[in-house]
Design a protein around this ligand. Structure first.
Ligand code: VG1
Ligand code: CO
Length: 543
């Protein structure tokens, strides 16, 4: 085993997006591509010799090969110890948990989240810091700069490391420790939620259907839900992880989790349904024939937090990404705590959590989490709901309807236009940005534009400023439309349009959000001339 310096050429497309570097597998497999990025990560992190690093991924295609390369590069870059999930598996929240519990200096997570897997699918590399959270923008920008200038990478000339068995071995000077990917995480969950109450719930014939979508949470869910909490065997469906997720995007929404949706809408539907994404950080919550909007789920958890032992002391504050509905703000107001509004992406919650300013946070994109770690956490949200159901013993639908009754309902929907020509999408955004000022005060359909801006965030902890985070039109009575371009896609551009309107009147709470927001939807189409510019008549995905 000796360190080799291998010449590389710089790549100019390794700028991490909303959540790590995400590309087609075919791009990652280009000679020296992965190596170039990983060396840029090591150079930028500049960890002291002997540091501990956590490694793992969602098990998608190319996970194993990439891990072997990264292990050998870690050894050649002076890392003292790597902690790796068995078979190279760690869900994103579990990786965050392991970094924190084992005092590691950083982590590298291999995942493209809910994006499709397989040889023609996507792959991704995420870098996390010592707090267990995604690297902040300053760091990812520095990695990007380095990746465009790198001329050589370091790798150990050694055979592949066996990852099937738990235990320690050595690779050159570095200790390789293969750990149980579930153990630390499951223990953390037991410390936060009332497992006794949830066990009693299952003993009372309460039924759950949990869809792991052939992705990373299968083993976690079987251990925690079926083994530790006593959910009947078979409560977890699609629990065997596959490298291609069974050929479908592991995206927990009403479109892609179709089998779960069918079961939950069926005549013999269980009481509670849930699904998590490829790397286990997203969640979808369903009641019997009832969909809980992610923004509502976040608000309900905040309002009921004291029912879970881990949050019995109350919440210090809460935060949501800007496009997430303002349902959370109303709960915060009632609780007398602050609600922060951050740009899209979990990395922006890190400082607020580290500073102890917030306890709960979330995003409209099926992401919920708390101060227990520094990533959003799908299974955590499912357990939180189970804890709540175990205490309140009411159907999911009743809990949400009561919430609306108390706080009013925020009708909410997101319309995604995927695979647009990037030039067309950028041009549409640019022109709208130019018109923001003139739209103020104007009447669009039945509503008047009260305010408009391009969202800019000043981090209250370190003062850093992030601009260009979404174009916003505010209407009267709290209605709002937000436009942004996705930062996680690997093909063309995705335009996301987020629509929200507040409805205080309980007599109107039963409406379908698409119906309730129809006026706003048509206004938006006219304002940006969506059809004329994109040739699209309908969104690709509605959530
Ligand atoms: C999307 C979501 C964002 C989320 C990000 C990563 O980003 O909108 O809320 O944090 O995905 O989630 P974008 O830039 O495509 O809108 V995951 O589960 O992919 O790590
Ligand atoms: Co994810």
């Amino acid at each position: 085993t000796r360190v080799r310096m291998i010449a590389t050429m710089p790549f100019d497309d390794q700028r991490p997006g909303t959540s790590g570097l995400r590309k087609k597998v075919t791009v990652f497999r280009q000679p020296r591509y992965l190596e170039n990025f990983v060396q840029s990560v090591f150079d930028t992190l500049a960890l002291p010799p002997g540091s501990a690093l956590v490694l793992g991924g969602d098990g998608r295609y190319y996970n194993r090969e990439a891990l072997q390369i990264i292990i050998k590069m870690a050894a050649a870059n002076g890392i003292g110890r790597v902690l790796i999930g068995r078979d190279g598996i760690l869900s994103t929240p579990a990786a965050s948990c392991v970094i924190r519990q084992h005092g590691a200096s950083a982590g590298i997570i291999l995942s493209a989240s809910h994006n499709p897997g397989g040889p023609q699918g996507d792959f991704g590399v995420k870098v996390n810091g010592a707090n267990g959270g995604p690297a902040p923008s300053v760091l990812t920008e520095a990695i990007y700069t380095r990746s465009r200038a790198l001329s050589a990478y370091r790798i150990l000339d050694a055979p592949d490391v066996a990852l099937e068995r738990l235990g320690q071995s050595r690779l050159g000077e570095m200790i390789v420790e293969v750990i149980d990917p579930v153990a630390d995480y499951a223990q953390l969950m037991e410390s936060l939620f009332d497992f006794t109450a949830i066990r009693a719930l299952f003993a009372s014939r309460f039924r759950l259907c949990y869809d792991a979508m052939h992705a990373v949470t299968g083993p976690y869910a079987k251990e925690i839900l079926e083994r530790r909490l006593g959910a009947p065997a078979g409560s977890v469906i699609h629990g065997e992880p596959r490298a291609d997720f069974g050929g479908e995007p592991p995206d927990p929404n009403l479109v892609h989790a179709h089998e779960l949706v069918r079961i939950m809408n069926g005549p013999d539907a269980p009481d509670f349904g849930a699904a998590c994404d490829g790397d286990g950080d997203r969640n979808m919550i369903l009641g019997r024939r009832f969909f809980v909007t992610p923004s509502d789920s976040l608000a309900v958890l905040a309002a009921n937090a004291r029912l879970a032992p881990g949050y019995a002391a109350g919440l210090k504050g809460v935060a949501r990404s800007m496009p997430t509905s303002q349902a959370l703000d109303r709960v915060a107001q009632q609780l007398g705590i602050l609600c922060y509004e951050t740009p899209t992406g979990w990395k922006f919650f890190g400082n607020l959590l580290d500073a102890g300013m917030i306890t709960l946070c979330g995003e409209e994109s099926f992401g919920t989490g708390s101060s227990h770690l520094r990533e959003k956490d799908g299974l955590w949200a499912v357990l939180f709901w189970l804890n709540l159901l175990a205490v309140r013993r009411q159907p999911v639908e009743i809990i949400v309807r009561e919430h609306w009754w108390t706080h009013g309902r925020h009708f909410y929907t997101r319309h995604d236009y995927e695979g647009l020509d990037p030039v067309v999408a950028r041009c549409l955004m640019k022109q709208l940005r130019g018109r923001l000022g003139r739209l103020r005060g104007e009447r669009l359909g039945t509503r008047r534009v009260r305010e408009s801006d391009d969202f800019e965030y000043t981090d209250p902890v370190d003062g850093s400023v992030t601009s260009g985070q979404g174009l916003r039109l505010f209407f009267e009575e709290g209605a709002r439309v937000v436009f942004r371009l996705s930062g996680t896609g690997t093909e063309g551009a995705t335009l996301r349009i987020y629509l929200e309107a507040f409805e205080p009147d309980p007599a109107r709470h039963h409406l379908d959000p698409q119906q309730a927001l129809a006026g706003l939807i048509s206004v938006v189409h006219d304002v940006v001339q969506l059809r004329q510019r994109t040739g699209r008549h309908a969104p690709t995905v509605i959530t």
